[in-house]
Design a protein around this ligand. Structure first.
Ligand SMILES: *[C@@H]1O[C@H](CO)[C@@H](O)[C@H](O)[C@H]1NC(C)=O
Ligand SMILES: *[C@@H]1O[C@H](CO)[C@@H](O)[C@H](O)[C@H]1NC(C)=O
Ligand SMILES: *[C@@H]1O[C@H](CO)[C@@H](O)[C@H](O)[C@H]1NC(C)=O
Length: 577
């Protein structure tokens, strides 16, 4: 129900504003010559095909002469606007001996000055043949644009393909009122009612109050941490800041295979597990990052060149080593980090679906841990939004792949166009899978500007109901992959302007504290952020009873059964239901 409603609130205006900018976008007309004013075959043969994604026809591309040979479209666009292009593609073959094909969408942008600029819009690095998948992404036009040529580029010229169901439209600019709308969504989706009913005689209830304070959020607010610093007494200020400002932690490096096993067979589990235990002791929940990372420079060095059975055995050993040791301690695992960008294990094993195997094997050993795909370039730029969508949908639609959710890294660099950020996010929201923002940082040197940017981005994410948590990718400029993005600085780990803004949101605006209600009528309602609360019943300021209450989706009804009268009244038998 809430899912449908958010579509109306946040997505529908975009849908209403869509005007299709492409002629013959569905390829139902047999018009593929340049003079037809639509898609045309450029350095290739373009035929009408009846193997279609939708409707009756698609276009079939063969005899490609160069990597850029294929379907192209010349479209006249307005300047200084954002556009989104998408199409369905089906590769008919791969280059002999290859499992995958790299497929790009590119633009040639012509302007009144006569200049031509070529740019990459998006890329699917590892596309499998014989299935329909989406390609595309967004781009912005310069002020003096005349024509934009959109084209599909595939380096392997012997790869033929079908193209269907294309679309090009302007990305609507979200109005300045978006923050107020986001706050309405936050109020609606992040809060619930705590209904308290007191059973007892009314005169006895006259002076009673109930007070609540939120102790934990249901939403995951967290940060990456350095394992060593969490257990080193020299870094007390670092630890204090972390425990005071976050409720979830993810170890930035020391759970990665390469970092745990610099030389083959010598595995350091302790560094990570000591930090995990320290966080658990403080009530912090843990994302684990990552079992595999199939980008060539991030695999253990000793693994380079391994293939086939040798590699499968190593992969089994990794899963059997790390998963039982973290079982019951961690809530999430990133399974094969940045898989959209690296396929070391697929290529090495020769199994295009090796990552699905990883998901299944990990799930067998720890059926409770939630398994994620986690990637970059999904909302930061246009390059991998659609590739991530394609992978998510393929995993979701394949039986017995225990994919729980999607991790969007979100390493952002200004300028940040909120309309475009939201548009890219909405592409991933449309998978219907739970989303976590896993590695948020914003590299902005001006402190006040950085504070505003963090607040805007956090507000957009927190107001999106399909997002269940946001992890910063570090917080302290003394140890940060991008110190300019830090929210705390110096030896004493002092919050900067962005850190103070974070504290205001996390501790105040998005938390329910010190809420008191009279019980004189026998009932009270407190609407608060979902999470765990401490509740106390007081009479004239004196606490009579304390209780832990969970406020979750759908609200919580609490019945207080009161016994005794007059000054000696006490509270007993608290029922939560
Ligand atoms: C596409 O537009 C560019 C720029 O106006 C032009 O140079 C090129 O010839 C056009 N191609 C076709 C096939 O119309
Ligand atoms: C990989 O899995 C997908 C989805 O189930 C399937 O369509 C495809 O054929 C598989 N690829 C290989 C090489 O088995
Ligand atoms: C709380 O009580 C109300 C009124 O009896 C009921 O409609 C609602 O479903 C209850 N909510 C929960 C979470 O039990």
């Amino acid at each position: 129900m809430w899912w449908k409603t958010v579509c109306v609130l946040l997505v529908a205006p975009s849908v209403l504003g869509v005007t299709e900018l492409l002629h013959n976008s569905d390829f139902e007309l047999k018009e593929f010559r340049p003079e037809d004013g639509g898609w045309y075959g450029n350095g290739c043969t373009a035929d009408w095909s009846s193997d279609s994604y939708a409707g009756k026809h698609s276009v079939k591309v063969t005899n490609r002469v160069r990597k850029w040979g294929g379907m192209a479209y010349n479209v006249t666009l307005s300047g200084s606007k954002n556009y989104y292009f998408k199409a369905e593609i089906k590769l008919l073959n791969t280059h002999p001996g290859s499992l995958f094909t790299k497929v790009q969408v590119r633009t040639a942008v012509y302007s009144t000055s006569g200049s031509v600029k070529h740019a990459l819009v998006s890329e699917v690095r590892f596309m499998e043949p014989l299935m329909w998948q989406v390609i595309g992404g967004d781009f912005s036009t310069p002020a003096d644009v005349t024509t934009v040529q959109l084209y599909v580029q595939i380096t392997d010229t012997d790869v033929n393909y079908l193209l269907d169901t294309s679309t090009l439209h302007e990305i609507p600019t979200i109005p300045n009122s978006w923050r107020a709308e986001a706050d309405i969504a936050i109020e609606k989706y992040r809060k619930a009612d705590l209904n308290i009913r007191a059973l007892g005689s009314l005169p006895a209830l006259k002076d009673l109050t109930v007070e609540v304070n939120q102790e934990k959020h249901e939403f995951g607010f967290g940060s990456a941490v350095h394992a060593d610093m969490l257990v080193d007494s020299q870094y007390k200020a670092y630890q204090d800041f972390f425990y005071d400002n976050f409720e979830w932690g993810v170890i930035e490096n020391k759970l990665k295979w390469k970092q745990m096993e610099w030389s083959e067979g010598h595995v350091d589990y302790d560094t990570a597990l000591n930090a995990i235990d320290a966080m658990l002791k403080h009530g912090v929940k843990i994302r684990a990052h990552n079992v595999f990372w199939g980008i060539d420079e991030n695999i253990p060095k000793w693994q380079q060149g391994m293939t086939g059975q040798t590699l499968w055995k190593q992969m089994e050993r990794r899963i059997q080593g790390v998963i039982p040791r973290t079982k019951g301690k961690v809530e999430h695992w990133d399974v094969n980090n940045e898989n959209v960008h690296g396929h070391f294990y697929e290529i090495g094993t020769g199994d295009a679906n090796a990552t699905m195997w990883m998901f299944r094997e990990i799930h067998k050993l720890d059926p409770n841990v939630k398994l994620f795909l986690n990637d970059f370039g999904v909302v930061k730029d246009s390059h991998s939004t659609q590739a991530f969508y394609d992978q998510a949908m393929m995993f979701k639609n394949t039986p017995n792949v225990p994919l729980y959710g999607l991790g969007i890294q979100s390493h952002l660099f200004p300028p940040i166009d909120m309309s475009v950020l939201k548009y890219r996010l909405d592409q991933i929201v449309s998978t219907g899978l739970p989303i976590w923002i896993t590695e948020l940082d914003i590299s902005e040197p001006l402190e006040d500007r950085k504070a505003d940017l963090y607040e805007d981005v956090l507000r957009l994410y927190f107001s999106t109901p399909q997002i269940h948590g946001i992890m910063f990718w570090g917080f302290w400029d003394g140890k940060h992959s991008k110190p300019v993005a830090a929210i705390a600085s110096g030896q004493s780990v002092t919050p900067n302007a962005a850190g103070q803004r974070w504290q205001k949101l996390f501790k105040h605006d998005w938390r329910t504290v010190d809420q008191a209600r009279s019980l004189s009528t026998g009932q009270a309602t407190i609407r608060g952020f979902k999470g765990r609360y401490s509740l106390s019943v007081k009479r004239n300021g004196v606490t009579l009873h304390n209780e832990e209450v969970i406020l979750g989706t759908g609200g919580t009804n609490l019945t207080l059964s009161l016994a005794g009268i007059g000054d000696t009244i006490h509270v007993s038998n608290i029922l939560i239901g």
